[in-house]
Design a protein around this ligand. Structure first.
Ligand SMILES: Cc1cc2nc3c(=O)[nH]c(=O)nc-3n(C[C@H](O)[C@H](O)[C@H](O)COP(=O)(O)OP(=O)(O)OC[C@H]3O[C@@H](n4cnc5c(N)ncnc54)[C@H](O)[C@@H]3O)c2cc1C
Length: 364
């Protein structure tokens, strides 16, 4: 039997690879980047993501991340802080994704880096270095569409673009110890938290039209962000990248069709709004579920239907909340409501995560 082919070595692809290899069906994984790299991501690794990764045998604690136990929301001059119902970890994707791929390779996966798949045809993957035979194909290219296999963006929140920048500032780092801060602003929101190596991660999404109105450049957008009380302290911080990482057209709320005949994983299967900090958990969950179902002889359509049952509710709720936060009144209501009733945040945080019974079903 031809071994499975995994396209994309992010968390979804890495999780599927590690699990398939552990089940004795070591796959081939193709990752287009030649080396570990940064990604547009808030790097808030939820407790579900950590549990999943540790069940796959990855030593997440050994990666040197920092703990996050509370969240502060800012909207204009209003702020509300609440404890999270769990302790999350903050670790860079550069370090986390590379560690998972190395782990999958140690378990027996053949990992080929620097190989981009161009398209699929007749059970073969066309790459820049020739064609590759494939048994089952697991599509884990994240935000990037494979030619001919694009996601259907209908019904998603359209027009959002993402940016990420690392900073260093000891005073701001002290303020952020143990917490993530989320600032809502006209046209978007930004998350700010510490990561390993005494750095701070600013990751944000902004409406493309708002970005254009602000001048359509990072310096102009950053200047507007500094006018927000929750982000003003970044004005004194040292930027650690020459320019931010950026990503266009994030389809928040996307869910793959239940009858999809491709094994779509991670962001190719579901895109939950970033403020929930659960996209990585969903990616790892889908990767592991796909490996288990593939090894058990299931077909892609059954897998896609099961994954949708596991993640549709949190994706839909989070998308509704993001639409609400898109208006000034909605932002005010959210921050005022959470300030008056911090326990509501705990409930929302629970409801916007992979279903606990779905995790329990696959032994996490
Ligand atoms: C602004 C923003 C902030 C976020 N913050 C958080 C957060 O704090 N916490 C959280 O849990 N989630 C967060 N997320 C979501 C999270 O980043 C994604 O859900 C997660 O990365 C999905 O993992 P993945 O493996 O599907 O995709 P990716 O991590 O994008 O990995 C896909 C991989 O495929 C490779 N690839 C692409 N095309 C090809 C090809 N043709 N051939 C070979 N390889 C290819 C890429 O190089 C990449 O390594 C955020 C998302 C955004 C946009």
């Amino acid at each position: 039997m031809t071994r499975a082919l995994i396209i994309g070595g992010g968390l979804a692809g890495g999780a599927a690879a590690a699990r398939l290899a552990a089940l004795g069906q070591a796959p081939l994984l193709l990752e287009r980047e030649a080396a570990p790299h940064d990604k547009v991501c808030g790097e808030f690794v939820s407790v579900e993501a950590v549990a999943h990764l540790e069940r796959l045998g990855l030593d997440v604690a050994g990666l040197g991340g920092v703990p996050i136990a509370s969240v502060t929301l800012h909207a204009g001059r209003r702020s509300a802080t609440a404890r999270l119902p769990f302790v999350a970890t903050s670790v860079t994707r550069r370090r986390l994704d590379a560690a998972l791929l190395d782990h999958a390779a140690r378990l027996g996966t053949e990992v080929r880096r620097g190989v981009a798949v161009r398209h699929l045809a007749g059970g073969r993957a066309a790459t820049a270095v020739g064609e590759v035979d494939a048994g089952a194909v697991l599509l884990a290219t994240g935000k990037h569409e494979l030619r001919g296999e694009g996601r259907d963006p209908r019904g998603t929140i359209a027009g959002l673009i993402g940016f990420k920048m690392f900073f260093r500032d000891w005073r701001l780092a002290a303020r952020l110890a143990g917490r993530v801060e989320v600032t809502g602003f006209a046209g978007g929101y930004a998350g700010l938290q510490a990561v390993e190596g005494d750095r701070l991660n600013l990751c944000l999404v902004v409406d493309r039209e708002r970005y254009r109105q602000l001048g359509g450049s990072w310096p102009a957008l950053f200047a507007a962000l500094l006018a927000e009380p929750g982000l003003a302290a970044l004005g004194d911080a040292e930027a650690l990248l020459a320019r931010p990482l950026a990503i266009g057209a994030i389809p928040y709320g996307y869910l793959a069709a239940p009858g999809d005949a491709i094994w779509r994983l991670g962001d190719q299967a579901a895109v939950i709004p970033s403020f929930c900090g659960d996209g990585m958990a969903m990616a790892v969950h889908g990767g592991r579920l796909a490996a288990d179902m593939l090894a058990a002889g299931a077909d892609a359509a059954s897998f896609q239907a099961q994954l949708r049952r596991d993640v549709a509710r949190p994706v839909r709720l989070a998308t509704a909340l993001q639409r609400l936060a898109g208006t000034a009144l909605g932002r005010f209501a959210l921050v005022a409501g959470l300030g008056a009733l911090p326990a509501a945040l705990t409930t929302l945080a629970r409801w916007t995560r992979v279903e606990p019974k779905a995790l329990a079903r696959i032994g996490v």
